[in-house]
Design a protein around this ligand. Structure first.
Ligand code: CDP
Length: 246
């Protein structure tokens, strides 16, 4: 029993042997577990974690609230004005010890994780003006390094000089099962087919859009986590971090 407790403490509190602050870019397909992985890496290193997808989700929520999405199409009039007025950020919640996504100062963490937002986010994220604004904000967050950011274009566009780039992938059906479990636990009325269709549609849109499509950076390391636990991923990444942050 004692050794189990000790192993648990070591696994959860170990800070890697690193000497310099680096930028870690985690890109990949939807629902690959990028956020959980990136969050845990940041925690172990004492780094800032930024979920860039949450920023696109917040803009999408703002567009829905402002009536800019009609019949699945984003109305182009007033688009620029809307984007400029939208203040997307993160605020620290001392209870959960996590950063929560804010839109114009209001915490929207729960609202941006619904299937309603998920079904429009890839359309909104393909708009050049939206991407320009988000990339500008993301680069500001990374000026001092010591950051782990996950998304689709972090290693290719946002931080092309990141010291460590990871590209995550997993079987779409396994991804859909994971996402289904997560949404059902939150009490959202969803089913497997609907989730799988959304994942496949987003993969397609993300890979084929004109601006910053999802692709592996030439110098990114691939991680297929279809049959890996989070702890196994942490063991896998440890050497890479130690090498790059020497
Ligand atoms: O959680 P999940 O991986 O399903 O998606 P997310 O990271 O929350 O991102 C939501 C959507 O935002 C993605 O499907 C992309 O369309 C878009 N996105 C993007 O275009 N660029 C990023 N850097 C991050 C997200």
């Amino acid at each position: 029993m004692f050794s189990i407790i000790l192993a648990f403490i070591i696994l959860n509190h170990k800070l890697y042997q690193v000497s310099k602050k680096i930028v870690i870019a985690v890109d990949g397909f939807s629902s690959c577990g990028k956020s959980s992985f990136a969050k845990l890496i940041a925690k172990r290193l004492g780094y800032l974690y930024i979920d860039s997808g949450a920023m696109y989700r917040a803009v999408t929520l703002g567009f829905i609230q402002n009536g800019l999405i009609e019949d699945g199409v984003v109305k182009k009039n007033d688009l620029l004005e809307n984007i400029k007025k939208m203040d997307v950020g993160f605020s620290f919640n001392p209870n959960s010890k996590l950063h929560e996504t804010t839109l114009n100062g209001v915490v929207v963490e729960e609202h941006i994780r619904t299937i309603g937002v998920a079904s429009f986010v890839s359309i909104v994220a393909a708009i050049p003006e939206v991407r320009e604004r988000m990339v500008e904000l993301q680069r500001k967050l990374g000026v001092d390094k010591g950051i782990v950011m996950d998304g689709r274009d972090i290693g290719t566009v946002v931080f092309p000089n990141a010291e460590l780039k990871l590209f995550m992938t997993a079987d779409p059906k396994i991804r859909a099962e994971r996402r289904l479990k997560e949404l059902l636990e939150k009490g959202q009325p969803v089913n497997f087919e609907e989730i799988l269709a959304n994942i496949e549609e987003r993969d397609h849109l993300d890979q084929t859009r004109d601006v910053s499509p999802l692709r592996k950076a030439d110098d990114a390391v691939i991680l297929d986590n279809s049959y890996m636990t989070l702890d196994e991923q942490m063991v896998w990444v440890e050497k890479l971090i130690e090498e790059r942050a020497k």
